[in-house]
Design a protein around this ligand. Structure first.
Ligand SMILES: Cc1cc2nc3c(=O)[nH]c(=O)nc-3n(C[C@H](O)[C@H](O)[C@H](O)COP(=O)(O)OP(=O)(O)OC[C@H]3O[C@@H](n4cnc5c(N)ncnc54)[C@H](O)[C@@H]3O)c2cc1C
Length: 101
């Protein structure tokens, strides 16, 4: 696997971390990262239509990655440890609390 973007985010065999250690700055950055990871991983044959992709974290990054994977016909499971508000599934917990924009 020679793709520098994949190498920069790889934390284990076919495991990539787009959030934690990078201290993400903006929603847009994270959406770009999420989309790029899926496209590059497909190009590198790391994921394909016969496998299930697990995305951990339903924030801007994870949700974008999951949507992109679905667009590219990858079966995808998106999970979040904090995604329920009043028993309702609620992705984007960070933004959900914002009342001003
Ligand atoms: C107060 C504040 C204001 C901001 N204002 C702006 C702004 O105006 N514009 C802007 O562009 N950016 C802003 N940002 C930054 C922006 O919110 C982040 O860059 C962006 O949300 C990061 O997206 P993410 O998906 O990487 O992480 P997050 O949005 O943090 O999502 C990560 C998700 O992963 C889940 N998770 C974490 N660990 C686990 C686990 N072990 N198992 C399961 N789920 C897990 C969390 O519950 C969370 O839902 C702001 C950030 C803060 C804190």
């Amino acid at each position: 696997m020679a793709d520098p973007f994949l190498l920069a985010h790889q934390v284990g065999p076919r495991i990539f971390d787009l959030s934690g250690k990078l201290n993400p700055i903006s929603i847009r950055d994270q959406m770009v990262r999420g989309r790029m990871l899926i496209d590059r991983a497909i190009e590198a044959n790391l994921i394909g239509p016969d496998e299930i992709l697990l995305v951990i974290g339903a924030g801007a990054c994870g949700a974008t990655a999951a949507v992109r994977a679905a667009e590219r016909d990858i079966k995808t499971l998106l999970i979040d440890k904090n995604s329920y508000v009043n028993d309702e599934p609620t992705p984007f917990r960070l933004q959900h609390q914002c009342k001003t924009r």
